[in-house]
Write a protein that binds this ligand. Structure first.
Ligand code: NPW
Ligand code: K
Length: 500
């Protein structure tokens, strides 16, 4: 799933018109029809009043088509033309004429006095600006956006919430539509995936409008979505004659007094994610807890309450390092020595990352293709502060390239960076923001690494299936609040079934 830039979307639009021999008006009709279908399925009540607010460009043109389709099908519609420019696009003009021919209720809005009265229970279709927005809306257009936001009506944005830029940060927060639903065309948009924009983009939907497949397939994109289709592409089906040795030996290293649970979760997750063998290397204090809760897992121990020697005998296929590790001075010292000499592929999480951040030279020693799984605060410790989400993405790309590693930046749309590209994970929900969730992810990714997936594949697939556990659990019998890290592990089996 590619995430195209605005420039690429315009190119795709032109390629489609050419290859399918259709007019731009026909493409607009197709796009608006997809919106109309979504809207009436979700809001079938014909007594409801739709306020369709149309700008002067093609986004406004989409709005005019939606108005016409709603009217033709017996819905109540009031169309408002937001007169922010003398210039009206050609397809806007064509569709305005069609609407006027129908004797539709159409009002020009050129100032505050023309603003619609929007009642509770009405629906606003926001077609003021789309991807053609060039600067923050101002004057009466900004005031109208505020009026819409302050109304009690539901808001459906076509393509983009008006006022939201496609590739830069919002500069005037009062000049952006706060949409309940955004119906966007063909591909997800980068702006929807960034936490700074969460107030403007709540629920969003990609509508297929049949843009040119050849263009979409060949477009070179920096940003991608990671969904079931992408992950199915490299998922390895198990062969009949395989045995436990075929699926590697994961070693989880971590734990400290009071934080043994992190290792119990990580190692259990590694086991359930399909690692042939799983060993843990923990402080002695965790021995009984580990053996009694995870009988399938082997245990080696270090010092009494924390790890410092890193002198395990296991010969692992992959290592997951960091869950519950703590930052005892001796742990840090042992970590530095171990880390610099480790040869097995590694996933580094939690305090493992904090130790790397503390000893900045360590970043230079990260073995090639190591996977780092920071949450934003841990990432900030590694790279310093950023001023907005776009700067954060730049840092993410730069750090992963500079150190030739995979960085899994955890969040609502976890961003996985490798060799100059970023994949945004599309599964998951806020249920995953729960204690131990990161430990489970570390266990899953380690297990995938040890089964022979590349670092990038293990990261993409691990993050995807981790997210999917929460989606399935919430669809079935858990709620966002009740879901726990243990539930994530319990749902792994059901998620794997979606791959076969
Ligand atoms: N590509 C596709 O696949 C398809 C795309 N489609 C649709 O086309 C949309 C893109 O249409 P678009 O290019 O006409 O741009 P749009 O967002 O309507 O805005 C342009 C207008 O806004 C103006 N303007 C900008 N900023 C302003 C400001 N701050 N304050 C005031 N004015 C401002 C600008 O004026 P200008 O500055 O140029 O004078 C111009 O008048 C896209 O989002 C989708 O909905 C579908 O129909 C078919 C498939
Ligand atoms: K819009």
């Amino acid at each position: 799933m590619k995430i195209l830039s605005a420039k690429q979307i315009y190119e795709a639009d032109r390629a489609t018109i050419k290859s399918q021999a259709i007019s731009s008006t026909e493409l607009m009709e197709r796009a608006a029809f997809a919106c109309y279908e979504w809207i009436i399925k979700r809001f079938p009540d014909r007594s409801r009043l739709f306020h369709v607010c149309c700008g002067m460009g093609n986004n406004g043109g989409d709005g005019l088509v939606v108005s016409r389709l709603l009217l033709e099908n017996g819905f109540r519609v009031h169309t408002h033309l937001i007169n922010f420019s003398e210039h009206r696009s050609d397809d806007f003009k064509v569709n305005l004429d069609r609407l006027i021919e129908m004797k539709a209720l159409v009002t020009e809005v050129s100032g505050v006095a023309d603003f619609p009265t929007i009642e509770h229970g009405d629906l606003v279709i926001d077609a003021i600006f789309g991807i053609g927005l060039k600067r923050s809306p101002s004057g009466f257009t900004k005031k109208l956006i505020q009026r819409i936001n302050n109304s009690k009506a539901g808001i459906i944005s076509l393509d983009f919430p008006s006022g939201l830029f496609s590739a830069s940060t919002v500069t005037d927060k009062e000049a952006v539509i706060r949409a309940n639903h955004t119906l966007t065309f063909q591909v997800p948009k980068l702006a929807f995936l960034l936490p700074d924009n969460q107030e403007y983009v709540k629920e969003w939907q990609v509508l297929d409008i049949g843009l040119d497949k050849d263009y979409l397939n060949s477009a070179d994109c920096l940003y991608h979505g990671s969904d079931l289709e992408l992950n199915k592409g490299f998922y390895k089906v198990r062969k009949k004659f395989s045995h436990k040795g075929s699926f590697g030996h994961s070693l989880l290293i971590g734990g400290s007094f009071g934080k043994i649970g992190a290792m119990v979760l990580a190692s259990r997750a590694a086991l359930k994610a399909g690692s042939g063998l799983v060993s843990t290397y923990i402080p002695k204090c965790g021995y009984t807890a580990m053996q009694s809760t995870n009988p399938e897992v082997m245990v080696e121990v270090d010092d009494e309450n924390y790890i410092q020697y890193f002198n395990f005998k296991t010969n692992p296929t992959a290592i997951g390092l960091g869950p519950g590790l703590g930052t005892h001075l001796k742990t840090k010292k042992g970590f530095v020595d171990f880390f610099s000499n480790c040869k097995a592929p590694m996933v580094i999480d939690a305090d493992g990352l904090n130790i790397i951040a503390e000893f900045s030279d360590l970043s230079e020693l990260i073995p090639e293709n190591t996977i780092l799984t920071p949450h934003p605060k841990e990432f900030e410790r590694l790279v310093g502060k950023w001023h907005d989400d776009y700067a954060k993405l730049d840092k993410l790309l730069a750090y992963s390239q500079q150190h030739n590693c995979v960085v899994v930046l955890k969040g609502a749309y976890t961003a996985i960076a490798h060799q100059g590209k970023v994949w945004f994970n599309m599964s998951g929900n806020p249920a995953l923001a729960t204690a131990g969730s990161g430990d489970v992810l570390t266990g899953i990714i380690t297990a995938l690494l040890s089964q022979g997936y590349t670092s990038l594949e293990a990261s993409l697939l691990g993050v995807y299936i981790h997210g999917r556990t929460a989606d399935l659990a919430v669809e079935e019998n858990e709620s966002i609040e009740s879901f726990s890290a243990t539930d994530a592990i319990d749902y792994l089996g059901r998620v794997y079934k979606e791959f076969v």
